[in-house]
Design a protein around this ligand. Structure first.
Ligand code: ATP
Ligand code: MG
Length: 217
């Protein structure tokens, strides 16, 4: 789905060749500051390479309209933005922006159940905890129903049990619907359990790549 060819971003990223496969779960792991978020932003066209080319389904990403691209490839940021208002407003905001149909409360409640957020739709978001905001932002992205999800530490603010439940749900959703997931995680256990491919990033470079089979033997 994504192919990096001789890609550099400033002096932060240097990826001569990196492939992200369609329909697979790929995790990016690596120390803080190694460039994981920057790689997701390059895939989402929030940043453009200063050198080299990124192909998306074999088309030069530089030639694809950013807004069109982000409808297919949606990123959950490490610190998701919340909008003023309640949970309902925050679930609907992206869809309104994209001029899509606005789902009814039953659909929105279903999404809250999926992300394990047990709050009424009318609750103001400024009262939510960090982990609750993160799950709300994940719910917002699930409603977009993109082809590929780029999730930047979606479970960083969650306790172990909630983390497991959320990752289980997201990876199940991705597999059941033949979507593609690229997820940054600090958790080696999560990467080992759920990823088809683990890509290790160090100093903006790919320092290792392991498939599921290689890890099982
Ligand atoms: N637009 C930018 N211009 C210049 N430097 C940047 C830019 N964005 C990030 N950096 C720097 O690039 C490096 C990689 O940042 P990045 O956010 O990709 O790391 P990360 O692996 O996601 O780290 P963390 O695990 O802490 O989230 C950092 O040193 C950061 O300060
Ligand atoms: Mg980061």
């Amino acid at each position: 789905m994504f192919e990096f060819i001789d890609v550099k971003f400033k002096d932060i990223i240097d990826l001569p060749a990196l492939c992200i496969e369609k329909g697979k779960i790929t995790t990016l792991v690596g120390t803080s500051g190694s460039g994981k978020t920057t790689i997701l932003k390059l895939m989402n066209k929030m940043l453009s390479p200063t050198q080299g080319v990124i192909l998306f389904n074999r088309t030069n990403l530089g030639l694809i309209n950013s807004v069109t691209h982000r409808r297919q490839v949606t990123m959950l940021s490490q610190n998701p933005a919340m909008f003023e208002g309640n949970i309902r407003d925050n679930l609907q905001v992206g869809l309104k922006f994209q001029e899509k149909d606005i789902p009814g409360d039953n659909v929105l409640k279903g999404i809250l159940e999926q992300v394990k957020l047990n709050k009424p739709l009318d609750s103001p978001v400024n009262n939510l905890s960090g982990g609750e905001k993160q799950r709300l932002a994940l719910g917002r992205i699930l409603l977009f129903n993109p082809e590929a999800y780029l999730l930047d530490e979606p479970s960083a603010a969650l306790d172990d049990q909630t983390e497991e439940a959320i990752i289980e749900m997201v990876t199940g959703h991705v597999k059941d619907n033949n979507k593609t997931l690229v997820m940054v995680t600090h958790s080696k256990a999560i990467a080992a359990k759920y990823a088809d491919t683990i890509i290790e990033i160090a100093g903006g470079r790919c320092s290792g790549r392991r498939g599921h089979d290689e890890r099982d033997h």
